[in-house]
Design a protein around this ligand. Structure first.
Ligand code: PGA
Length: 252
């Protein structure tokens, strides 16, 4: 068992520009109550300013970016830095999302440098790890996800805030969801490794599950051991379905 407060996070990927972001927050009606989860949204960087001003209606919503560069500034066309993201109102950043790794070729080593930059600027990294279907079938799940975790934490300061998200690549955007048992098994591996690396404080670090989470399957996933939250892609784009997932994480 874990006493970590649940987390429901929405990864919008390259969806919802500033105008749609404002509409999203206008329509978002989160359940009231003190036993609710932490709620976070990761809009595209260009929509962050709109999210900052429109989430005023519900300041509980934390905001993050989807990626950062490890340098603070310089000749890196197309990139944004941790310092800029923080200044613009983000308090979290996704790190090493599978689309960054597999579509944009981000390496474990780069993820490690980015995590260190995020932590150095007070952005909480949400470190994403996950195996492909081929890796899973070849029995490499453990080696892959723990290798990604080790590399991501290599330069992380000992006391920096962080979260981890287990996102099996075969379950992202495919409609295939890991079973609660699959999620619990992977989360147990990650929890054990974090305790070995970080000691006691690892028990307070949330481990989220991501991959085709929807209002209809969120509650059973969140009931699995050490599934401390969910990272939601497609179903986070609609304020009503996102609110239903938050509801599923309330009171547990
Ligand atoms: P999905 O995406 O919920 O659309 O599968 C999850 C993610 O990539 O974070």
């Amino acid at each position: 068992m874990t006493e970590v407060r649940k987390v429901v996070a929405g990864n919008w990927k390259m969806n919802l520009g500033p105008v749609e972001t404002t509409s999203f927050f206008r329509e978002l009606a989160l359940p009231d109550g003190e036993d609710g989860p932490r709620v976070a949204i990761f809009p595209p960087s260009l929509s962050l300013a709109a999210a900052v001003s429109s989430r005023d209606r519900d300041p509980r919503v934390e905001l993050g970016v989807q990626n950062i560069h490890w340098e603070d500034a310089g000749a890196f066309t197309g990139e944004v830095s941790a310092a800029m993201a923080r200044e613009a109102g983000a308090t979290l950043t996704l790190m090493g999302h599978s689309e960054r790794r597999h579509v944009f070729g981000e390496t474990d080593e780069e993820v490690g440098r980015k995590v260190a930059a995020a932590a150095g600027h007070g952005l909480t990294p949400v470190i994403c790890v996950g195996e492909t279907l081929d890796q899973r079938r070849a029995g490499r799940l453990e080696g892959v996800i723990l290798g990604q975790l080790d590399a991501a934490l290599e330069h992380m300061p000992g006391d920096g805030a962080l979260m981890v998200a287990y996102e099996p690549v075969w379950a992202i955007g495919t409609g295939e969801t890991a079973t609660p048992r699959d999620a619990a098994d992977a989360h147990a591996l990650l929890a054990t490794r974090m305790e070995a690396l970080l000691g006691e404080r690892a028990r307070a670090i949330p481990i989220l599950y991501g991959g085709s989470v929807k209002p209809g399957n969120a509650a059973e996933l969140l009931a699995a051991p050490r599934v401390d939250g969910v990272l939601v892609g497609g179903a986070s784009l609609d304020p009503a379905s996102f609110a239903r997932i938050v509801e599923a994480a309330t009171g547990g």
